[in-house]
Design a protein around this ligand. Structure first.
Ligand SMILES: NC(=O)c1ccc[n+]([C@@H]2O[C@H](COP(=O)([O-])OP(=O)(O)OC[C@H]3O[C@@H](n4cnc5c(N)ncnc54)[C@H](OP(=O)(O)O)[C@@H]3O)[C@@H](O)[C@H]2O)c1
Length: 262
């Protein structure tokens, strides 16, 4: 499927920004959103310099009404071929901390799960009516098997994985492709906030290139780096007591998000 119009959330930083760069070229229309005005404008101006036509709008993905309005407007101006639901945050536990703050848990659910629904729902009917389009979800290797360092983050990503798989089966007959992207460690501000060993970490630009290549090929799952993905898949099928024991011996510290649901 030839992609001419791409909508990306979380384009003001990290993987979303790198994806905007990866798609920015003459003949491409980019609809970009994020919260930070200045950083979003920065992404937009680099993408324009690369030849893309860019519309950038600061929005919070939790705002269902504003998201639906903007996405519908963008889709009417230039039908979206590819939407990438990328915006997300992390939250987790410090060593010795037992439970996550309930407010932080609800905030991450609102952004990483409800925010993703707010991004893709407005495009399902129009894409199906056109009989073409691609929906890509940014999941995580942390969504394959629960990790004792970030219960809520893992839960949001597992939910995104399941939603993506369900949607893929449902929309295929309507000509709409659904892809799930499963990244390992990618150097971004989100990843920098996590203190841990980060095997096979790659740059955001490299991650964006892998994602674009996978989506161009129409892959239903774009998982990288492969060894880490296979390791996580193995952890899914090994006895839980073995995996729990191994994970308990790895020191990881993840700060609690400062996000709130208001
Ligand atoms: N980096 C990794 O190692 C890694 C690995 C696996 C999966 N991922 C996933 O990749 C995605 C991008 O993460 P990243 O590493 O690129 O992080 P990042 O650099 O912190 O970027 C996150 C982006 O999401 C946006 N965002 C967060 N909350 C938002 C909200 N309520 N409304 C609108 N936009 C919001 C941020 O906007 P502002 O900055 O403008 O607020 C920013 O543009 C996330 O879904 C993350 O879970 C990352």
């Amino acid at each position: 499927m030839q992609v001419k119009s791409v909508l990306i959330t979380g384009a003001s930083s990290g993987i979303g920004r790198a994806l905007a760069m990866a798609y920015a070229q003459p003949g491409i229309f980019l609809s970009l959103t994020g919260r930070d005005r200045e950083r979003l404008a920065g992404t937009a101006s680099v993408a324009r310099a690369q030849g893309a036509v860019v519309a950038a709008k600061p929005l919070d993905v939790r705002d269902q009404r504003a998201m639906a309005q903007w996405i519908t407007d963008e889709d009417e101006r230039h039908p979206i071929d590819l939407v990438i639901a990328n915006a997300g945050i992390t939250t987790g536990l410090r060593p010795g901390q037992l439970a996550e703050d309930p407010a932080a848990v609800r905030a991450i659910l609102a952004i990483n799960l409800i925010g993703v629904l707010n991004t893709v729902e407005p495009l399902i009917a129009p894409m199906c009516a056109r009989g073409r389009g691609k929906i890509a979800f940014i999941g995580s290797i942390a969504g394959i098997r629960g990790l004792p360092y970030a219960p809520a983050y893992c839960a949001t990503k597992a939910a995104v994985h399941a939603y993506s798989e369900s949607l893929r089966g449902r929309l295929a007959a309507s000509g709409v492709e659904v892809s799930l992207v499963i990244p390992g460690f990618v150097t971004t501000p989100l990843n920098d906030s996590i203190a841990a060993i980060k095997p096979l970490e790659i740059s955001d630009a490299k991650a964006a290139a892998i994602i674009r290549r996978g989506l161009d090929k129409g892959k239903s799952v774009v998982a990288f780096p492969k060894p880490l993905y296979l390791f996580a898949a193995l952890a899914r099928v090994l006895p839980d007591w073995v995996v729990d024991k191994v994970l308990a011996n790895i020191e990881v510290s993840i700060p609690q998000t400062a996000e709130r649901n208001d």
